[in-house]
Write a protein that binds this ligand. Structure first.
Ligand SMILES: Nc1ncnc2c1ncn2[C@@H]1O[C@H](COP(=O)(O)OP(=O)(O)O)[C@@H](O)[C@H]1O
Ligand SMILES: [Mg+2]
Length: 264
């Protein structure tokens, strides 16, 4: 079952473009106030993602998602054999020499912790250096992938400030250089698209709700709701107007409508 969605034709097309073998605007930014449908849009698009395209979905809500956690999400979403540079770098920074240990299941299980220790050891300068080394290693691995890799970040505004800095700086700058990487960042606040390092390959969409009643009538039908007073479009237009096109509010309204009786 596909979740019903009203309009947002522009961002939906941008997402389709992201999944093509070649794509100029590889960084898609979705910006809008709460309830305008950013998360819904991500879900809708994910349901259309071909199964062969690897996905790294990261919700930045909650302050627990630090840079170390993001690194380990990549490792768990992708196969270990792909991340040879990254795992070798972690092992090296840990002081362990053997590259053999990276295939050790126990080493993998403690990986999140290992990355965390590596990123939080030493003074500020050396921590920054380590973070850069790991980021470079990760992108070396990602650059060897043959098909597109889709990376989603939702609720950017909730990310801790070090994660925000890392994303809008080192992460996106490298993503812009790596043609197989496709990134979507959604939030009430998003990285500034005028960035000189990656701004040229980003596509910004501001979500402002859906005010046009004609976009909602198919949703009403899909949800098998009955509009109490015809004409349908006039009724829906009044609702859209009163609720100022806010998708969350309009959707709540539609849900509260009576179900259509099935025709015998
Ligand atoms: N384009 C849309 N079409 C239909 N329903 C929508 C749309 N956008 C949002 N909604 C509804 O609004 C609710 C809130 O949207 P959500 O994606 O969580 O907003 P955001 O992530 O921007 O805060 C969703 O659960 C959904 O019911
Ligand atoms: Mg959301």
């Amino acid at each position: 079952v596909t979740t019903p969605i009203a309009d947002y034709e522009g961002p939906r097309r941008a997402f389709d473009a992201l999944l093509q073998p070649t794509c100029d605007r590889r960084i898609l930014l979705l910006c809008g106030p709460s309830g305008t449908g950013k998360t819904r849009l991500l879900e809708h698009c994910l349901a259309r993602k071909p199964p062969g395209v690897p996905l790294v979905p990261i919700d930045l809500r909650g302050s627990t998602t630090g840079v170390a956690e993001i690194f380990s999400r990549f490792c768990f979403a992708l196969t270990w054999s792909l991340l040879t540079q990254f795992t070798a770098r972690v092992a090296a920074l840990e002081g362990g020499a053997a590259t053999r240990i990276v295939v050790d299941r126990n080493w993998q299980l403690g990986f999140n912790n290992r990355i965390s220790v590596v990123l939080h050891t030493g003074d500020e300068a050396s921590r920054g250096q380590r973070s850069t080394e790991l980021t470079d290693a990760l992108f070396e691995d990602l650059a060897r992938m043959t098909g597109p890799l889709l990376i989603l970040f939702d609720t950017f505004e909730h990310a801790p400030s070090d994660v925000k800095d890392w994303l809008r700086g080192p992460f996106l700058a490298r993503a812009a250089q790596t043609t197989t990487i496709r990134v979507v960042i959604a939030g009430q606040q998003i990285p500034d698209s005028k960035n000189i390092e990656w701004g040229h390959c980003c596509d910004l969409h501001n979500l402002r709700g859906v005010r046009d009643a004609r976009h909602w009538l198919p949703v009403v039908r899909q949800m098998q709701r009955r509009i109490p007073t015809p004409p349908e479009e006039t009724y829906m237009a009044a609702i859209c107007d009163v609720l100022q096109g806010n998708p969350l509010a309009i959707m709540n309204w539609i849900e509260a409508l009576e179900r259509e009786e099935s025709i015998a």
